[in-house]
Write a new protein. Structure first.
Length: 309
């Protein structure tokens, strides 16, 4: 397999490249050289800006192109058009955020957004790819993506938090649903042979189970203090990153209940949460914690919230 990756040095793209190399694929990267330019010194890297010109790769032949950083429909259209006659298969990484109604479990075929939001733009990008490639494309609607090299602090916060002393604030209720996809499992699925539009998500688990896995990875015996959603909202916390992974908006109550049965039938396999938590903690420890040194929920803010209990 000769694989073209648009980007390829940041999180999802990096996981795709690592998986492809493990499979023995020939990999070519197309990027601007701004993120980790020396990460893959032995791979062919074509420098260019997909927003303006893909002529450097347009005359080449590739079996598959993986587009894991397409957010602007016009930019995705430029890539899809330039590569239409030179690639056999277009793999587009989308998001479960495309669904118009997140108050019920999203399933393929449900209505998608048609606006200028993140989800709406992703839905427009999907249409671009499907219009040009038909059954030669995979549109992977990923859930929350976690794992080593995660540029956000949504998941890494939790195993890292259990390394600090003191009781741990746990948001909402222990039974609140949580759902994610490990970036390595996503990459493996993207390089399989699935086609069509597919929700690529892991199994839903209770928030208590996710936190227990993070606690075990850190070797912690800290007490969890569950703070109900109304109390967190009353304290003025942002309902997504005020406490990482906490969802409080009723209109998004099913965002962690996305139906992933079609992906599993097409070959998706997911690793245990304990493995993801341990690997994320090992990576996070090696890098020295948050890139900017700032926690999503500071120790001081956490203590003040717990003091109200």
């Amino acid at each position: 397999m000769h694989l073209l990756v648009l980007g390829g040095t940041r999180f999802v793209g990096r996981a795709v490249v690592d998986r492809a190399l493990a499979l023995g694929a020939e990999v070519t990267l197309f990027n601007r050289g701004r993120t980790a330019p020396g990460l893959y010194p032995d791979l062919e890297t074509v420098r260019g800006d997909r927003t303006t010109d893909l002529s450097a790769v347009a005359g080449r032949r590739f079996d598959v192109v993986v587009d894991c950083a397409g957010y602007d429909p016009a930019v995705v259209a430029r890539s899809a058009d330039a590569l239409r006659d030179v690639v056999d298969r277009y793999v587009f990484v989308s998001s479960a955020s495309v669904y118009a109604d997140q108050s019920v479990p999203p399933v393929e075929g449900a209505a998608t957004l048609d606006d200028d939001s993140y989800g709406g733009r992703k839905a427009s990008c999907e249409r671009v790819v499907r219009d040009r490639y038909g059954d030669r494309c995979l549109v992977a609607r990923s859930g929350l993506i976690v794992g080593p090299h995660d540029p956000t602090e949504r998941f890494p916060y939790w195993p890292r938090r259990f390394r600090r002393p003191g009781p741990v604030l746990a948001p909402g209720e222990p039974t609140d649903p949580m759902q994610y996809i490990d970036v390595r499992d996503l990459a493996a699925f993207l390089l399989g042979d699935a086609a069509g539009t597919v929700n690529v998500v892991g199994h839903t688990l209770p928030m208590a189970d996710l936190l227990a896995a993070c606690q075990a990875a850190a070797g912690s015996a800290h007490d969890l203090v569950w703070v109900p959603t109304p109390d967190l909202l009353a304290a003025g916390l942002d309902p997504w990153m005020g406490v990482p992974l906490w969802i409080a908006d009723p209109e998004w109550r099913a965002a962690n209940l996305v139906d992933g049965s079609r992906a599993r039938a097409a070959g998706l396999t997911t690793r245990p949460v304990a493995e993801t938590a341990a690997d994320v903690l090992a990576w996070d420890t090696a890098r020295g914690g948050p890139a900017d040194g700032v926690e999503p929920l500071s120790a001081g803010d956490e203590q003040r919230l717990l003091a109200r209990r």
